[in-house]
Design a binder for this molecule. Structure first.
Ligand SMILES: Nc1ncnc2c1ncn2[C@@H]1O[C@H](COP(=O)(O)OP(=O)(O)OP(=O)(O)O)[C@@H](O)[C@H]1O
Length: 311
């Protein structure tokens, strides 16, 4: 859906993004992660032309993005950022309806869409007439995401969208994003510097350093087959998350109704032990049986990472 070929961006003669090749597949949740100043935000903003690339090509839906009118391009791509950027003198509903308004949707369609989005993001209907300063930080972030989703964009770009939130609200919003992604199948590109957030959300992780992509792939690949010491060290720092896995077990995290003909693990196995087994077996699915040996379901690597929050 989005393809970077040898893309570079220079600020004052220095490469912020250095000849990157990146493929963002339709319907995937892609997370850009890396050290501070590695070029994540610049990469994201080049997609909707908030920053213009200097070299290489970026294709969206098969066409170079320079061939699109920037405003038209941005309407096809929702954008949510850490500082939220809600209009302070507009009510929640007016903020959410920003793009539908630009697109001149009929009133009834706008109202129906606002209700749908409030429900999707677990925001109460009676918040519609409030102003941003009358909302909590978490509610503001949700409104920001609702606004980005309003006109049903093909792509959702998110730059540290949960950065300023407490861990509980942040975890809740991550779960919302996963649900929205599952329901809508929308292409999402999210920037974070939080390893656990990346592991929780991503189908595809893109790890950047110094304007370059060091490794990209599924979370399990980066953890189990790091391309070099940088990748190993980078993910090594998320040990706290691994320790928290000790609190959950395979039985409660397994997906019911699924089965695999492989040696099953016991439901009582901790998710931390299960993590070791995923790595040892080089797999991302493990069948789980109960204490009597009856099949319970299948534990997916990604579910295990998500469960850690509930542990
Ligand atoms: N508008 C700008 N003018 C000059 N330099 C810039 C500009 N925007 C970014 N840079 C530089 O480009 C490099 C990459 O910045 P970018 O914001 O893309 O990194 P990042 O990975 O998102 O960082 P962080 O995690 O700290 O937000 C940095 O060295 C930064 O200082």
């Amino acid at each position: 859906m989005i393809q970077f070929n040898q893309v570079s961006k220079y600020f004052a003669g220095k490469a912020a993004v250095d000849a990157i090749n990146l493929h963002i597949a339709a319907g995937e949740f892609t997370v850009l992660i890396g050290t501070s100043g590695s070029g994540k935000s610049t990469t994201l903003k080049m997609i909707n032309r908030l920053i213009e690339h200097d070299k290489g090509t970026i294709q969206f839906a098969g066409e170079e993005i320079r061939s699109f009118n920037p405003q038209a391009l941005r309407r096809r791509m929702g954008y949510a950022i850490q500082s939220i950027g809600l209009f302070p003198h507009w009510t929640v509903e007016k903020n959410i309806a920003t793009v539908p308004e630009l697109l001149k949707w009929p009133q009834a369609q706008k109202q129906a869409r606002i209700s749908e989005l409030l429900a999707l993001l677990n925001l109460e209907e009676d918040l519609r007439q409030r102003y941003p300063h009358q909302l909590s930080g978490g509610q503001q972030q949700r409104v920001g995401v609702a606004r980005a989703l309003a006109a049903d964009p093909e792509v959702l770009l998110m730059d540290e969208p949960f950065g300023a939130l407490d861990p509980v609200t942040r975890g809740a919003l991550q779960q919302e994003m996963l649900r929205i992604h599952r329901l809508s199948g929308r292409t999402i590109v999210l920037v974070t510097h939080d390893i656990d957030e990346a592991l929780t959300l991503a189908d595809n992780i893109v790890l950047m350093d110094n304007g370059r992509i060091v490794q990209q792939g599924r979370p399990v690949e980066l953890l189990t087959r790091p391309a070099n010491d940088f990748v190993r060290d980078f993910f090594g720092r998320s040990e706290l998350g691994v320790r928290l896995l000790s609190l959950g077990n395979a039985g409660s995290a397994a997906r019911r109704g699924e089965w695999l003909e492989e040696t099953p693990v016991e439901a009582s196995m901790s998710l931390r032990e299960a993590l070791s087994l995923f790595i040892a077996r080089q797999t991302d699915k493990l069948p789980v049986m109960d204490a009597q040996g009856v099949p319970l379901g299948v534990l997916h690597f990604s579910d295990l990472l998500r469960q850690r929050e509930n542990a």
